[in-house]
Design a protein around this ligand. Sequence first.
Ligand code: PLP
Length: 462
Amino acid sequence: MSRADRADGASETRPLSIDRMASWPTLAPLIERAGRPLVIEALRAWVEERRGTPEVASEAACVHWCTARLAAFLQPSQRRVFNLTGTVLHTNLGRAVLAEEAIAAAVEAMRSPTTLEYDLGGGARGERDDHVAPWLCRLTGAEAATAVNNNAAAVLLVLSELAAGREVIVSRGELIEIGGAFRIPDIMARAGCRLVEVGTTNRTHLQDYAAAIGPDTAAIMKVHPSNYAIQGFTKSVAAAELVPLAREKGVALIEDLGSGTLADLETWGLPHEPTAREAVASGVDVVTFSGDKLLGGPQAGLVVGRKPLIQRIARNQMKRALRLDKVRLAALEATLRLYADPGRLAERLPTIRALARPAAEIRAVAERLLPAVQAAFGDRAQVSVAEVRGQIGSGALPVDLLPSFAIAINAKGLDRIADNFRRLPIPVIGRIGDGTLYFDLRTLDDEAAFIAQLDKLHVVAG
Ligand SMILES: *Cc1c(COP(=O)(O)O)cnc(C)c1O
């Protein structure tokens, strides 16, 4: 209790006035950080909690209590983490990490008014798509392009413009669900289309599509199976094989590539993943793909294809509700620009950098980190370097295929240990499998920050 309070005659058994407490010098730093209204709210809660108790509000205890109470407010809810799960494009961890060029462009757009829909040449209104459409056309060979909030929005928009009230044919092997309740049949219903399923789960033939086309058919849609693979006795019809049929019958051919990519992944020793350019070249009318999967940009849904169709799609009323803001458009434009120089992509685009990272380099990281992690556990856990396989994630090639190296922790109470790693200042997210906690180091880009916080690890293993 401060002298001012006593001079004021505040009784030891009566709560102090909130205003007086708020003027305690020891509370000033908290007010500086959290702002006065939140601190006053905390002080009220403190007084409320002690109502009826004879003991006086001790200044130090009160400040400590308020600081603890406000900790959750002072900590951002969305925080940086280390994604050491082995899944490079982890949807729950925010998918692609942006290139420095994209970050700089986004920051600039956030800070200032921009030419979002303004044509400097004529001083007149411009189109927001104009910032990315020329790049998308150039990189995919398409006649026209438009961009929306995400690929789910792209599919919804395309279907509702081209096929509302009519039928869309999809193979039963492609009626997928992607995490977060994106299910092809549901999206069809939302877009007001009637889904016509053809073929079986494992086999669909060209003839199945041909037989299903009727007077009400608006489109055939191909969907990249993304997050699952059918193996064994299978048959699917490639989009290219469907082109002559769609042309002959006068129906649109739509392909949802999901992840899609603008670069040839084989360049970096990875398996082939369909590129948007290949889909366009094969004659597909409209192709959709994500901005924040393999492309390595911000969340976005990209639609490329034949000009008359793209123009209709871009003019659809729903586009207004699904459009991108200036910040993401700036980041997307800067990301697309990097693709003009594919030779430097592995250097500049974090997604490609992580995917192209040689296993030997990852092993060297693991060996550099091993002593520090071993030291943090002492003899309470067995810590070693393990050979592992990671995933691209986000629906590209849904199998473990990226040869990598991890720090492996074997001990009792692995869940507790994993939890303690998640409680570090920069939470570390790993993966538990075969009774081992793995930290796949393919995506570790800041070794110093990882090591610097190990001394805060609360080691509980036994
Ligand atoms: C990921 C994916 C989507 C959804 O894309 P978002 O950008 O997450 O909205 C749609 N279709 C396929 C095939 C996908 O893989």
